[in-house]
Design a protein around this ligand. Structure first.
Ligand code: COA
Length: 152
């Protein structure tokens, strides 16, 4: 299966949003996707296969005491296309862009009970760095991080 990874376009919104609603108990609103497209269009990527959107990843750049950090804020792959390396390709591409923008590391949060996503991030080299109580509507999140410097 050939996959293209490219920046999100407004006409992708319905397909992206359909994946979001099927992937999360508390999906974001459509407005949040539009917001990210307006503010950080270069960090909102979609995966295309068979002429349709099958996954997406969104991020933002942050700074901690002068150190640039990439923050992955959302990722999902259509359930019919999971475990085929598409999430990995989306993460590799956003990590590449973060690196290009000068990030030294990448961080993200994952709901404590989301075992599939935790395994996915560990597989990609992310390590747990702490917990955030009541992060997701009262549920605990794990903070995870990965250094980009080893891969330069
Ligand atoms: C998490 C998610 C994006 C992973 O996407 P994906 O395309 O299926 O991931 P990949 O195929 O690239 O997985 C790479 C590796 O990660 C690990 N992995 C991925 N999903 C896993 C799961 N559900 N359980 C255990 N390990 C998993 C495996 O080691 C996998 O390699 P393998 O298939 O050869 O065993 C996808 O499951 C998803 O959309 N989940 C719902 C939304 C979500 O929870 N997003 C994360 C929010 S923090």
């Amino acid at each position: 299966m050939s996959i293209e990874i490219r920046p999100f376009k407004p006409e992708d919104l319905d397909e992206v949003y359909a994946i979001e609603r099927r992937s999360f108990l508390w999906p974001w609103s459509r407005g949040v996707f539009i917001h990210f497209y307006r503010v950080t269009p270069h960090l909102f990527l979609v995966a295309i296969a068979d002429g349709r959107v099958i996954g997406y990843v969104m991020g933002e750049m942050e700074e901690d005491d002068g150190v640039k950090v990439g923050h992955v804020v959302n990722i999902a792959v259509h359930e019919a296309y999971r475990r085929r390396g598409i999430g990995t390709q989306l993460m590799r591409e956003i990590e590449r862009i973060f690196r290009e923008l000068g990030a030294e590391k990448v961080r993200l949060e994952v709901r404590e009970g989301n075992e599939g996503a935790k395994a996915f991030y560990r597989h990609l080299g992310y390590r747990e760095t702490g917990m955030l109580k009541r992060y997701y509507w009262g549920l605990t999140a794990l903070k995870m991080e990965k250094s980009l410097s080893d891969e330069r």
